[in-house]
Design a protein around this ligand. Sequence first.
Ligand code: CU
Length: 461
Amino acid sequence: MLSRRRFLGAAAVLTSAGLVSGRAQAAAIPEAPTTSSPQTQPPLKPNSGPDYQPVVTLNGWTLPWKMKGDWKEFHLVAEPVVREFAPGMTANLWGYNGQAPGPTIEAVEGDKVRIFVTNKLPEHTTVHWHGMVLPNGMDGVGGLTQPHIPPGKTFVYEFQLKESGTFMYHPHSDEMVQMAMGMMGMFIVHPRDRQFRPVDRDFVFIMSAYRIEPGSYLPKVNEMTDFNMWTWNSRVFPGIDPLPVRRGDRVRVRMGNLTMTNHPIHLHGHHFSVSCTDGGWVPETAQWPETTIDVPVGAVRAFDLTADYPGDWAFHCHKSHHAMNAMGHNVRNFIGVKKTALAKAVSKLAPDIGMAMGSTGMGEMGAMEMPMPDNTLPMMTGTGQFGPIEMGGMFTVMKVRDELAPNDYKDPGPYRHPPGTVAHEVTSDIAEPPRQNGAATPKKPAANMKMSMPGMDHTKY
Ligand SMILES: [Cu+2]
């Protein structure tokens, strides 16, 4: 006979992060929606519960839910996925519901959420809800607060969302491997009060980094420092969609960082202030103006701004190697060296060595055409209306326009500058500029070596 004590114990298993085993319980698990498209999906307007302005996940999507009584039910499936970083390169990662990173989870302060997690990985996992105030047994630390979820099993997490804000989720189970394989996502909790710091557009992405050797598909999971793919939502420029914004809109951008280093994220043309971290909302009296905000490891920063200035505004990590892709990170510095013949000879022997820095710098690499191994991306790439953009990695564009409608997220194309407002060549005679100590004008650098590479033709920037 089941004693009262044992009965309560069994019930507790079902309502903590317990194994879902009963047949009735299993039948009640909601379907797990899945997608593999790397395109930014439209925001998911809430069809039940309190209203809010939904977020837009860059090159991602929001996980749909079902109401069951007063619980919002979600279903995450941890599984191997194939992710396109940008046209020309895919990676074999682990993620959730068909993608890495996993879908964004959105809910409202005060909501009760029930999140089923099915493990389709070859090893055990858990999900930790980073930054959230919740019962200890729901914190998702394998071994410490719950048993690991074995392959093939489904566990359930149940908790009430005590505070609004910007949070993350990721495994706390073989963490080094699973996060290096791309397992992570964002968890947005909207304020119940619709008037609390409302914005017109709310963008979100999470940063991850990988070491993927050119020509291979799997990240090197024990890499500690020397990553070569710096991503926003496991995408790199020119694969990261732009952020279309209507002039005058209040805009929020929420950024999570689960790489192994910090990222000073910089937006051109506007001033913003940090409104939220994974620890909660920053009081308005404690905010100050910025144009670059450092996002530490294992942290979230959200900033708010008013989009006052139309244009195509670069938005990127200010560590210049993080706005670059894989190929060519080991190049040697040949600025000022004549090496046309040398480069030709060496590149026949070893294409990677041949990809040395040009005699005048590396600008020419943005447009070069040179054979590359399969499945990698040139270090500097992307094309704008005026030529090569010479970027990669953590780089995209905020496009502020008059002509966008509210909640219109279509790419408006390149900015049409008003006549006379673009920097241009001067053709009239120019007086000799003053020089310190009257130094002579330096000699023109030697003619540069020519390199070419079948480039990616991207004209959306
Ligand atoms: Cu960075």
